[in-house]
Design a protein around this ligand. Sequence first.
Ligand code: SF4
Length: 503
Amino acid sequence: MYIHIKGLKDERFARPLQLIANLFFEETSVSLEKVSGEPDFVIDFELKVGHQVEVQATLQHADGQTFQAQYDKEMPREATEKEQFKVIKNTVAHVYLSVLQDYTKMVQKWGILTGIRPTKLLHKSLQEGLTKEEAHKKLKTDYLITDEKIQLMQDIVDRQLAVVPDLYDLQNEVSIYIGIPFCPTKCAYCTFPAYAINGRQGSVNSFLGGLHFEMRKIGEWLKENDVKITTVYYGGGTPTSITAEEMDMLYEEMYTSFPDVKNIREVTVEAGRPDTITPEKLEVLKKWNIDRISVNPQSYTQETLKAIGRHHTVEETIEKFHLARQMEMNNINMDLIIGLPGEGVAEFQHSLDETEKLMPESLTIHTLSFKRASEMTRNKDRYKVASREEIIEMMDLGEKWTKEHGYAPYYLYRQKNILGNLENVGYSLPNQESIYNIMIMEEQQTIIGLGCGAASKFIDQDGKIMHFANPKDPKTYNDSFEEYTNKKISILNDIYKNSALAK
Ligand code: SF4
């Protein structure tokens, strides 16, 4: 599919228009210039910018059909150049989406939003002082989001504010993410920094040496600057793929190095792969008062697990869940993925039926995303996945099932190339929400990433976000962790020096 855009010269339009086209068509190319070959259709824009931004668009199909749309938006006074362009871009996106919806007869429930964190937009409006009604109207008219998705956003925002009433005042604190880049084997859809652990003990030892160093240094800085930690999250990889002794030393380091660990609101350890869970490791988690773990089935169909390279059985997931329960783990999350290869409604229903027997405190329902770097995307032909309609049906099933079983949605995020342009939703039973997940999604405070592939997000007093990533592979990390730690400390110094964030 080739779409030729006329009347827009600024190259900055190319990417947002491409992302919106991807919501409607697979493998589309959108071009602001005439390129070789006949376009499938042309969209002609007329753009006037003054006190108002006025945009009109006409979609002209090769078969003679035409569709038109128009939208005007007031340009805010005293807007910076960047803010002005954003208004123009959203107005262009508005008419573009409208003609594409008319032409395809498809409704995009998220409207012109192609970003990852839709709820952030609602939080922002509420923080700026808009009432719920005003904020909803804005989402509906300016962004073309459907009532159904606006309600979902509001439900999520309400839950988040019930769990973290001081969410808008937590900029003075930080959360910590710790990345352990090892797994027993690599799953086919995985793009995380995850290295099969077998035969790598040397590499694990050096990695842990670096990680302990980072924890000590960052802990020292937090103590010196009197900055509290809201949450800690051990992810990866699979943080339980290291030995029980290594885990024990790591949590001991956390208690020694980090400030006021007893008052950290939540410490989560992902124990995603059931094949890594042992009674000894659960004992260590208990010893250090780890609040929350994840045991991730992804699916309860054995053939699927085999097809995606997860070398454990369905029985093992169930058995390890019960073991964790017996050892007093009372906040367990489980992940399911919709649209795994070979799976349809029947398999997903089966996963929900099995979930019902366990009733974990939280359930995260992901929709499979074809990420560029995964084995699955490189060999797309080998993996048969459900149709868009079936994915939507499974999503609806998940929504209905969670509601009937007392779970409520408390965070959501969208991904690029997600099947059916849907979302990943975290559901939980009342008061069992993960505070870290809320922090990472809503970007209200700095998250410091330690360990391999750990991404830090520094948020300054104006809410500006700075990304900083540790190296993904253990070797580079082992060679350079000191340098990366120092860089993070220097960013923290810049943010806190003379800032309202400093006490
Ligand atoms: S368990 Fe998670 S991190 Fe490890 S390989 Fe599988 S998807 Fe990747």
